[in-house]
Design a protein around this ligand. Structure first.
Ligand code: COA
Length: 321
């Protein structure tokens, strides 16, 4: 028993912020940002929340799949920037879309979150526990970014993407690999809430994202191709047989580096980060939805999805569309 994606959806905040606008906030330039990252613009929430964006993306995915919210059995939301600590974003989305019969919960694996949620749904579905799943990645990273830190504020954007998936006899997801390395968690980190109670108050609280960009870059160009090679070997598929590599959208230079290491045709690595920046767990499902909407993914195609991020977490999956 396997699982296949039958619908995709996405939602972006209305406000777009160009590199030129960031020049007014920090000492940076459009030229520097484009050259080092490939990013030209990103969407930033003014009133949209992680839950409202995810709900919009989920509704579109259901519509494209021709399914009703009431049919959803499992609702997973990957996010590292939820609006609320309680309830979880998935339960908020459940209410917003009316998926009253779904079991709903969140999963946080940062930028690999959507991929990890997809694999979680795959595990439930291939075990026969649930027959379908709605899986979203949603982020409002703009609230955990230090807008005076030019090393990070230029990179990230807000948005959400979702897929509707269901059980199938064959095809669909062919294989998965996932990895976590908590020993290197410090290279990309952000505090949650300060430890503050009648008995203790922490002094060294870090409320915003802090990153060693070079270390993250080096990790991504080494581990992502290694995990893609691992999943290709596991599924017996040659890199040349893959039609599209839908990768986490962090930096054009990282994607070029990965294509080079895999000796794969760079035109098979679609990019949208020039328009949306790095949206963490929303990046892969938003790109999938764009490609699907443009008719660039057709039945029978072989896709590799791969994500990496804070944790450190990374992984890859091969699927037949
Ligand atoms: N505008 C202008 N100059 C900037 C800048 C900005 N936004 N950010 C940093 N700089 C400066 C630095 O201060 C440094 O100046 P110095 O040489 O005078 O000290 C110089 O540019 C080079 O900085 P460095 O950090 O070495 O640049 P880089 O080539 O490594 O690029 C990143 C920085 C962040 C773009 C790059 O390391 C990267 O993309 N890393 C991966 C990050 C990532 O994807 N994180 C999310 C993972 S999910």
């Amino acid at each position: 028993m396997s699982m296949r994606i039958i619908g995709t959806g996405s939602a972006l905040p209305a406000k777009q912020v160009s590199n030129e606008e960031l020049e007014k906030l920090v000492d940076t330039s459009d030229e520097w940002i484009r050259e080092r990252t490939g990013i030209g613009c990103r969407h930033i929430s003014t009133e949209e929340t992680a839950a409202s964006l995810a709900a919009e993306a989920c509704k579109k995915a259901l519509e494209r799949a021709g399914r009703q919210a009431s049919e959803v059995e499992l609702l997973l939301v990957a996010t590292c920037s939820p609006e609320m600590a309680l309830p979880c974003t998935a339960c908020q989305v459940q209410e917003l879309i009316g998926a009253e019969h779904a079991v709903a919960f969140d999963l946080n694996a940062a930028c690999a979150g959507f991929l990890f949620a997809l694999n979680t749904a795959y595990a439930y579905i291939s075990a026969g526990i649930y027959h379908n799943a709605l899986i979203a990645g949603t982020e409002v990273l703009s609230k955990i970014i230090d807008w005076s830190d030019r090393g990070t504020c230029i990179l990230f954007g807000d948005g959400a993407g979702a897929v509707m998936a269901e059980q199938c006899e064959s095809g669909g997801i062919l294989g998965f690999v996932q990895h976590s390395d908590g020993t290197r968690g410090g290279v990309l980190a952000c505090g949650s809430r300060n430890l503050e109670n009648p008995y203790f108050t922490s002094q060294d609280f870090m409320p915003y994202v802090r990153m060693d960009g070079r270390a993250v870059f080096a990790f991504a160009v080494r581990q992502v191709p290694a995990s893609i090679e691992e999943v290709l070997e596991k599924t017996g598929i040659e890199a040349g047989e893959v039609d599209l590599f839908v990768l986490h959208q962090a930096n054009c230079r990282i994607i070029e580096g990965i294509a080079k290491r895999l000796k794969a045709d760079p035109s098979k690595f679609p990019i949208n980060l020039d328009r949306v920046g790095n949206m963490s767990s929303a990046a892969i499902p938003v790109l999938l939805d764009e490609l699907n909407g443009q008719g660039r993914i057709i039945p029978g195609m072989t896709l590799v999805l791969s994500g990496f991020g804070a944790g450190l977490t990374y992984g890859a999956c091969v699927l037949k569309w």
